[in-house]
Write a protein that binds this ligand. Structure first.
Ligand SMILES: Nc1nc2c(c(=O)[nH]1)N=C([C@H](O)[C@H](O)COP(=O)(O)OP(=O)(O)OP(=O)(O)O)CN2
Length: 157
């Protein structure tokens, strides 16, 4: 089988978050995230694994809601909780409490806002993958020295 791989460099975006470490929120801080997507599969009739233009557009659309927002976990285990209070949203781990403008926050369907889980969330937004794509890996960088990836199918399964 002749398999090919394409790599797209996606948007760079700024977002804040507070990851949970040992069940407690770390200090609120920001990152300039970078995105890269690898797709592998067989070639279509036009000689492409997938159309660069279409894939870049899908990745940009997945990133767009996260831009310049504070990313918080919506599925963190207790005692972490969050609740909407009018125009604000409160997050608490039982020790530390954040009250933020609700419009500035994206509550992700994740247990934590690690780079790994945010990468998984972004990859999930790309489904369904283009026909013929057998594997995908989304690499999310949170700094020049730290990146994580989420993948599906292909050699990295
Ligand atoms: N596997 C992961 N480990 C850590 C994550 C993560 O998302 N996945 N996140 C953090 C912290 O949230 C923090 O954002 C990064 O920590 P770290 O790279 O150690 O700290 P700095 O950004 O200050 O980087 P320096 O290179 O030390 O300056 C921790 N771990």
């Amino acid at each position: 089988m002749k398999r090919h791989r394409i790599t797209l460099t996606g948007p760079v975006f700024c977002a804040a978050h507070s990851g949970l470490h040992g069940g407690r929120f770390e200090a609120l801080h920001g990152h300039t995230f970078t995105t890269r997507l690898h797709l592998e599969g067989d070639l279509d009739g036009a000689g492409m694994v997938a159309d660069f233009t279409a894939v870049k557009a899908a990745l940009a659309a997945a990133v767009q809601p996260l831009r310049r927002r504070t990313l918080m976990p919506g599925r963190a285990p207790a005692p972490v909780r969050h609740r909407r209070i009018g125009e604000e949203i409160e997050f608490s781990d039982g020790y530390r409490r954040f009250v933020l403008p609700a419009a500035d926050v994206v509550v992700l369907p994740l247990a934590n806002t690690t780079t790994e889980l945010i990468a998984r969330h972004l990859l999930d937004q790309l489904h369904p993958l283009p026909t013929g794509v057998a594997g995908a890996e989304l690499v999310l960088g949170e700094s020049p020295t730290a990146q994580a990836s989420a993948s599906i199918g292909g050699r990295r399964g």
